[in-house]
Design a protein around this ligand. Sequence first.
Ligand code: 2IT
Length: 445
Amino acid sequence: MNVQQIMNALEAKHPGEKEYLQAVHEVLESVESVYNQRPDFEKAKIIERIVEPDRIFTFRVSWVDDKGNVQVNIGYRVQFNGAIGPYKGGLRFHPSVNLSILKFLGFEQMFKNALTTLPMGGGKGGSDFDPTGKSDGEIMRFCQAFMWELWRVIGADTDVPAGDIGVGGREIGYLYGMYKKLAREHTGVLTGKGITWGGSLIRPEATGFGALYFVEHMLAKAGKDIKGKRVAVSGFGNVAWGASLKATQLGAKVVAISGPDGVVEIPNGMTNEMIDYLIELRASNRNIVSPFAEKFPESKFTAGKKAWIVKCDIALPSAFQNELNGDDARELLANGCWCVAEISNMGCTPEAIKAFQDKKVLFGPGKAVNAGGVAVSGLEMTQNAAHISWTTEEVDTKLHQIMEDIHEACVKYGTQPNGYVNYVNGANIAGFMKVATAMMEQGVI
Ligand code: 2IT
């Protein structure tokens, strides 16, 4: 394959889909040399097939707000690749949502899900609906209207959505209620469900917990320890909460969190009370982090700045794609940061990743680091299919094992001759080989 040729063709077909093209470019660069040793892959046009979604659904979502006004949004489901299992991946409700973003997320999800070792294909969906400032009733009516269309294309063995930005336990509840009413079955069609109606223990924590287990392995391999280290986290949602909780439990100090309005610096590290407050702050639906500093005077809010201005050892992007750019990377490096693990999907720009790798910083890509979330979703599917529920310890032990296995796969495929582990290459090659092998064995479909 010639990466530039494929990218040119893809750009001509999908002009302006910049996040999607960015995600594809990164994977192609990683797998190029492995792929070129496989003429059978080339003959079967695996690359040309793997970069295009199996299918995409879009639909109008009409609903009525609290003032009685009719609102119209767009809904999507991208069923990206079903080679290794039912489509699986979250729903994102955010005003920025468009096809480029959902295709990039679906593409990443396919390889991430392959890395989990569980049988799940890749998918993603969502809407340009903005939950900020919406009442609980409005959220419920929107979710119901969204599911009224989505329910036709999903199913426990077909496509299993979950949460992502703007979709948490509350939204999954409203979506599930409507699905159950329409389909007349109580089944594992969504994950992230409530604990009283088929949800899995540890699912809310899983993305952040899994990320920290992965970081522990990265550090152990480099002969380091997380105890006492300064950790900067961006965002203040579910993922930032789980990461802050586990980092603190492991003895690290979480010295920064952030929101769209600015950064909160916490010089002495987060306390348990602060971690609990994150849940309340998110549930307020205001999408600002400044109230945190008003509640805890020992912290300091700076408007308009990112978490990356705060001096840290370990940086954990946990908010949004491309939230950490080249300038941010240089600032982190100048301040002595030596480990970066993306918990958001594609949290770093290609320029930032290159800056970290050039300086031999430990860098973990989202599709490996944040795979614990979807991994526990996979465990929720297993429990639902078997009509059982596992204990916290059972789920946590499995999550530990999965993150260790993902780390090992990255090391296997990503270790360079000089000993530096290129986790980006490792994750991309390991994920790609599994999906490509499954596609080869199932013929041209
Ligand atoms: O990006 C992700 O992996 C998620 N939002 C979770 C997906 C899932 O199906 O649990």
